[in-house]
Design a binder for this molecule. Structure first.
Ligand SMILES: Nc1ncnc2c1ncn2[C@@H]1O[C@H](COP(=O)(O)OP(=O)(O)O)[C@@H](O)[C@H]1O
Ligand SMILES: Cc1ncsc1CCOP(=O)(O)O
Ligand SMILES: [Mg+2]
Length: 269
């Protein structure tokens, strides 16, 4: 995986405008739809258990996000996930807040075992809690031991039989055998709610067009991070509000020049 392959994948997204079916949380719904549109994908949000299977089957990817979960929605997620599995549609999972409450943790584990995931994307604490490992938020914030994040990602990939993306200051993505670290992004991403959730849906857009799921996820991470760097430059030091708008614009405008110049993806053991 390299910058040129990420550029190619972005071109495929923009050409194909893949339909991304999201069952996501109420906080990020509008931002997610606008972010996918800006990138070049077609978002749809559909939640009713009566229609989720049909929608998932015609989508290029299904994104499940438990940010504001409730039992009705979780039931719909599992129905949609199983339908996507049957139809060969990639399923991307964001275990928002796994570890924060027992219900969230149990639900994250249930979804990850009931549905064959293509990618799970979360911060280190969420991924750790989804596979029953303990993790201290402090260690992540301090950026300590990226080696530990790599081991955690590999462990999760092995356990869940899926590609795992752990994001933070640096992002790690692995299928358990091949691992990349992506060193792009900007701290202002942490001051806008939903940037993690949108990223999970953006991974869905790439997985819809690139059947090598590891490459799809790595491409999404590098392009998203480069877009954030462009946005921070364009929005100056105005703050999160201007950054959020500039970030949508950057997802729309980011192209080969910036990705080849600023993309920082490295393969690690
Ligand atoms: N300190 C940071 N510096 C630069 N980019 C960051 C930083 N923290 C997170 N990011 C980026 O923000 C995006 C969302 O990741 P993250 O904050 O881990 O998700 P979540 O909000 O779900 O916890 C990712 O693209 C990640 O690379
Ligand atoms: C604030 C909040 N509360 C429940 S879901 C949500 C959004 C989380 O979004 P992200 O994980 O992308 O920051
Ligand atoms: Mg999140």
């Amino acid at each position: 995986m390299n910058n040129q392959e990420a550029i190619n994948a972005l071109q495929m997204v923009r050409q194909a405008n893949p339909l991304v079916h999201n069952i996501t949380n109420v906080v990020v719904t509008n931002f997610t739809a606008n972010g996918l549109l800006a990138l070049g994908a077609s978002p749809v949000m559909a939640y009713a258990k009566e229609e989720v299977a049909d929608m998932a089957k015609i989508a290029g990817a299904l994104v499940l996000n438990i940010g504001t979960l409730n039992p009705t929605e979780v039931e719909a997620m599992i129905i949609a996930g199983k339908a996507a599995n049957e139809a060969g549609v990639p399923v991307i999972f964001d275990p928002v807040g796994a570890g924060a409450t027992p219900y969230r943790t149990e639900t994250a584990r249930n979804i990850a075992s009931a549905v064959q995931l293509s990618v799970i994307r979360g911060n280190a604490a969420e991924i750790a809690n989804t596979i029953g490992e303990s993790w201290t938020i402090k260690g992540v914030d301090a950026g300590e031991g990226s080696g530990d994040v790599v081991s955690l990602a590999k462990k999760a990939a092995e356990q869940l039989k899926t590609v795992v993306a752990i994001t933070g200051k640096e992002d790690v993505v692995t299928d358990g055998n091949t691992t990349y670290i992506i060193r792009n992004g900007h701290p202002l991403l942490t001051k806008v709610t939903g940037t993690g959730c949108l990223l999970t849906s953006v991974i869905g857009a790439f997985a819809a067009v690139e059947r090598d799921v590891l490459k799809a996820a790595a491409a999404a991470l590098v392009i998203y991070g480069v877009a954030a760097e462009i946005a921070a430059k364009n929005a100056g030091d105005e703050g999160p509000g201007s950054f959020q708008i500039a970030f949508l614009d950057a997802l729309f405008r980011v192209g080969a020049d910036e990705i080849s110049r600023y993309g920082r993806i490295e393969r690690v053991e």
